[in-house]
Design a protein around this ligand. Sequence first.
Ligand code: PLP
Length: 417
Amino acid sequence: MKLDEIRAAEAKLLLPTYERNPVLFTGGEGMHLIDENGDRYLDLLSGIGVNALGYGHPAIVNTIAEQGRKLVHISNLYFHEYQAPLALRLTAASGLDRAFFCNSGTEAIEAALKIARAHAGLLRSEGRPLGTKILALEHSFHGRTMGAVAATHKDKYREPFAPVMPGVEFVRFNDVADLKAKFSSDVCAIIVEAIQGEGGIRPISPEFFAEARALTQSTGALLLCDEIQSGLGRTGKWFAYQHYDIQPDVVTLAKPLAGGLPLGAVLCTEEAARAIHPGMHGTTFGGGPLACAVALAVLDTIEQQHLLEHVTETGNYFRSRLNDLASKYPAIVEVRGEGLMLAADLDSADLAKQVVADMLVRRILINRTSETVLRFLPPFIIGKQHVDQAIDALDQILTERTPQTSASSPIGAVQHG
Ligand SMILES: *Cc1c(COP(=O)(O)O)cnc(C)c1O
């Protein structure tokens, strides 16, 4: 089928959950996606932060082929070779003790919320007065299932499905006073993203993060850190919370974990894991041999190819080039982010929409989140030449679409997180 036929068929046959861009991709290679006509697109979004090694990476392709021939699925009733080594790698990198594997980000969040509720129940049974409330943040995004969406701030994701999981209260973003006011022994967990993703690439402040850690520690509540988008090297460290020197109790992972295969994970402390016993939680597909084998190959590649260092270096270059644009175009209000999790916040949602469309015409993929925010989540293998190509395109588009400051305006006057 051709794009037009597929579009018409999907419009009739699928639940209308997506407004897709009118492109039909049939292949990919390195930093590029390839459409039905053989045209190549520079991908600065990597399937929303999933394809960290780009397209067709031999480590992923070969592992899928080999493991596909060996064993794809067995259920969690039996042992396979890869969950233990993968758990070992993730616990070593995170400083946490135990792992549970699932299939997606939202499932990792569900597991984290269940751990928090069960842990509070255990503490109550031991005589500590912990409640069931969960504090989440404004602009948060944690997923689409009934628990995760309850902790997701945007009304339009939550309200049509009410009642979602009860007991979540939202704290104003980076407002330490509001956090203190809303925290009490009723709270069993605070959930944060060190750098909010869908919420617009907003880094949490060190003061707020430290206060969340101190408050939870004071009562035995758990600090949950959602690293589904920011984790596994995206910001130049294995986990974004490591930029803050704060150790959470529970961490969720997914997007880049298995190189494009569905795999999520929740990592937690021994203390949090005390609440979980056989039969309390589980999954049919989660943590299967194929996905786990590929995840090990992804982590090996990140390490062997020194991609954390590369993400830091290329991310700094990308951010400084965005800052150059920001000093040229007043329409860029702020440049934010860390490593290869970057954003340019514009002064208008219409402009942001237009820029994404203009970039697509130039065969460069980015997206818009939080209305005004251009988001960049490129594969970790991005080179400076790809950054330059994107910046040149943005420069041309903003010249066409917006007014500029005089050429003499200082460079680097823009704040970033
Ligand atoms: C994408 C994302 C999720 C949800 O992951 P899914 O795999 O789409 O369920 C949760 N939290 C964050 C921070 C995310 O970026």
